[in-house]
Write a protein that binds this ligand. Structure first.
Ligand code: NDP
Length: 322
């Protein structure tokens, strides 16, 4: 079963393997497969689910809400996000203005079939709206009981510092940051992680498997396996393309002996690796079939010894983004 970690300086515990539905629900996979993935997550002890209003233009929230119908609400942590337009692209359909936040939260709650989300996240930073306005709107969303906690996604160290300070002034806490983080993408380590630790903010990291690349299933010079994200012309093939070069794919194959030494699959090694960082509260994993969820969840509780962490760094030297 899955271990739990506290999210930021809060009393909220989340499953350190969190299920996310970007590119899968209402897009790459049919609704019955989406439902079986959610079922597999629940069966494996995952209680935390992440989505966004922008995923599949709101349809992903609906599919997740339907899949969770009938579950005990207090036994779940449901996270969603606001920022991107979700259909009409009027002047106020994007960003973190009070208007867009107040209108977006209501749509998300309806689609998710719940009175509140546990975590409401700013999907990006809005350079056009005063941060004071955004944080005041979030404070009001919390006071109205529509969200219990507030988080952000892909904010810089400075933005996190400023956001956390304003939240404190307004009487609530900013508790999470949702950045990309994996063995291949370590951009947060130098600035975002230290600033977050100071501010009492945890990371919930996306694409810990580099969208499936770190599972080792893509081989240099060979066509991608049928049904994989790299073959998904609805969007996945494009988003994964940054990792789909022979140099990276060859380096990833060097991780095989490390995984074998720990008796893990390469997918499990990738998820376990992000969880070695003590500022990471959860690895946000996606899945196109239930078996993947059952496999990935076994990364919970794994400790990777220092000498193997070093072996990983050596194996990937030259292909890591920092
Ligand atoms: P991952 O890196 O975990 O990639 C998931 C994909 O990898 C799956 O859909 C599947 O694709 C493949 N995969 C998963 N497990 C295995 C396995 N055991 N063996 C082989 N292949 C496997 O994460 P995602 O990129 O999906 O992102 C996870 C979540 O992060 C999203 O759902 C979303 O909630 C969040 N996110 C947030 C963003 C933000 O801006 N805040 C941006 C992007 C994501 P397939 O089988 O099709 O190859």
């Amino acid at each position: 079963m899955v271990n739990y970690r506290y999210l930021g300086n809060s009393g909220l515990k989340i499953s350190e393997i969190t299920y996310g539905n970007w590119l899968t629900h209402a897009s790459q996979v049919e609704n019955d497969v989406a439902t079986s993935c959610v079922r597999a997550a629940l069966d494996a002890g995952i209680t935390t689910f992440d989505t966004a209003d922008a995923y599949a233009n709101t349809a992903a929230e609906q599919v997740l809400g339907d899949a969770l119908k009938g579950e005990r609400r207090a036994g779940l942590e449901i996270f969603t996000k606001v920022y991107w337009p979700t259909g009409p692209k009027g002047p106020n359909d994007v960003g973190l203005s009070r208007k867009h936040i107040m209108e977006s939260i209501n749509g998300s709650l309806t689609r998710l079939g719940t009175d509140y989300v546990d975590l409401y996240q700013a999907h990006r930073f809005d350079v056009e709206t005063p941060l004071e306005e955004t944080m005041q709107a979030f404070a009001d969303v919390v006071r109205q009981g529509k969200a219990l906690y507030i988080g952000v996604s892909e904010w810089s160290a400075d933005q996190i510092r400023q956001g956390a300070a304003l939240a404190k002034e307004l009487g609530f806490q900013l508790i999470s940051s949702q950045p990309q983080y994996s063995m291949l993408w370590r951009v947060i380590e130098d600035e975002v992680v230290p600033a977050s630790k100071e501010a009492g903010v945890s990371q919930i990291v996306w694409s810990p498997m580099a969208q499936g690349v770190l599972s080792g299933k893509y081989l240099p010079g060979q066509p991608a396996p049928a049904g994989s994200r790299a073959t998904d012309e609805k969007g996945g093939a494009q988003t994964i393309s940054r990792f789909m070069n022979d140099e990276t794919l060859a380096a990833v194959q060097n991780l095989k002996p490390v995984a074998a030494e720990l008796d893990l699959s390469m997918a499990q090694l990738a998820v376990a690796w992000v969880l070695q960082n003590d500022n990471v509260a959860a690895a946000l994993v996606g899945a196109s079939r239930p078996e993947q969820v059952a496999e990935n969840v076994k990364a919970s509780g794994v400790t990777i010894p220092a000498e193997l962490m070093k072996q990983i760094d050596d194996a990937l030297a030259g292909v890591v983004e920092r």
